[in-house]
Design a protein around this ligand. Structure first.
Ligand code: DGL
Length: 278
């Protein structure tokens, strides 16, 4: 059956699809949540490995880069929805992406609101890339939704690299995580933290290790399930019905995946890989 989409100028196929965009394997944490809720949705991946990591780049160079790469990957795969599976990109470029694309754009918002509602100690940590932690968007989100709770901002750029390493099959140890855990628990107010917001899509991939090596149990909260629900809402808006099983996934990379590590990391989605390096 064919459906017409009010927001897309290309019409949809019998396999509605979403492109999940990120600098690296963070797209996987979002894809797993979407697949759980919407098993029939075809998932494509747009990985800007040519500009990884995003978290340490300057806003002026990152914003146009994100818009250009996400737009050309959307054009290449013809997805119905763009999911920005990256907090660093979402907190920086959502308005520009929405202006550039005719398809709906779903962004990741750090889970400040749910953390503020759930904390019992009135203290939670927000762990993210340096870019996201320092962003006006994040500050405003905290001002608006932290509800007077104490928020400890924790930049953790090394977790991005550790998540990439884990997906390449490397083991993440207690010693690897110690500096980040120290920044969460051994800072002023750290003894009261009962929730850590994982405000980078790479971080849920390390949830087991963070849980195992933390000095005491806390809740590690991410936005993946909320993103999946938002995608589901958009499918309804676009009147796109899902088949029982998804179509062929595509894995688009901005630079060559010369050692095949990206393809290996995304293997669970069995994508057809294609480099868009010119
Ligand atoms: N996955 C990313 C995020 O959610 C970006 C990681 C990076 O490239 O620094 O922020």
């Amino acid at each position: 059956m064919q459906f017409e989409s009010a927001h897309s100028n290309k019409g949809s196929t019998e396999h509605p699809s979403a492109l999940i965009f990120d600098s690296g394997v963070g797209a996987i944490s979002i894809a797993r949540e979407i697949r759980r809720l919407l098993p029939g949705l075809t998932l494509h991946f747009g990985i800007d490995n040519g500009f990884y990591p995003y978290g340490t780049k300057r806003e002026e160079e990152l914003r146009p880069r994100i818009v250009a790469q996400a737009s050309r990957m959307m054009a290449r795969c013809g997805a119905d929805i763009l999911v920005v599976g990256c907090n660093t990109a979402s907190t920086l470029a959502l308005p520009q992406l929405r202006e550039a694309l005719s398809e709906p754009v779903v962004g990741v918002v750090p889970a400040v609101k749910p953390a503020a509602a759930a904390t019992k100690t009135r203290t939670f940590a927000l762990i993210a890339t340096e870019g996201t932690v320092n962003r006006n968007y994040t500050r405003e989100l905290i001002e608006q939704f932290a509800n007077g709770n104490r928020v400890i901002n924790v930049p953790a750029p090394e977790l991005v690299h550790l998540a990439e390493a884990k997906l390449r099959g490397e083991t993440v140890t207690a010693a690897d995580l110690e500096p980040v855990l120290h920044r969460i628990f051994h800072t002023a107010g750290g003894d009261k933290v009962d929730i850590a917001v994982l405000a980078c899509t790479h971080f849920p991939l390390l949830r087991d290790e963070l849980d195992r090596y933390a000095p005491r149990p806390i809740q590690w909260l991410d936005s993946g399930a909320a993103i999946a629900r938002r995608v589901q809402w958009w499918l309804g808006e676009l009147q796109l019905a899902l088949p029982a099983s998804p179509g062929q996934s595509q894995l688009l990379t901005s630079a060559a995946d010369s050692d095949g590590r990206i393809a290996l990391a995304f293997a669970e989605f069995a994508p057809r890989a294609q480099s868009m390096a010119s």
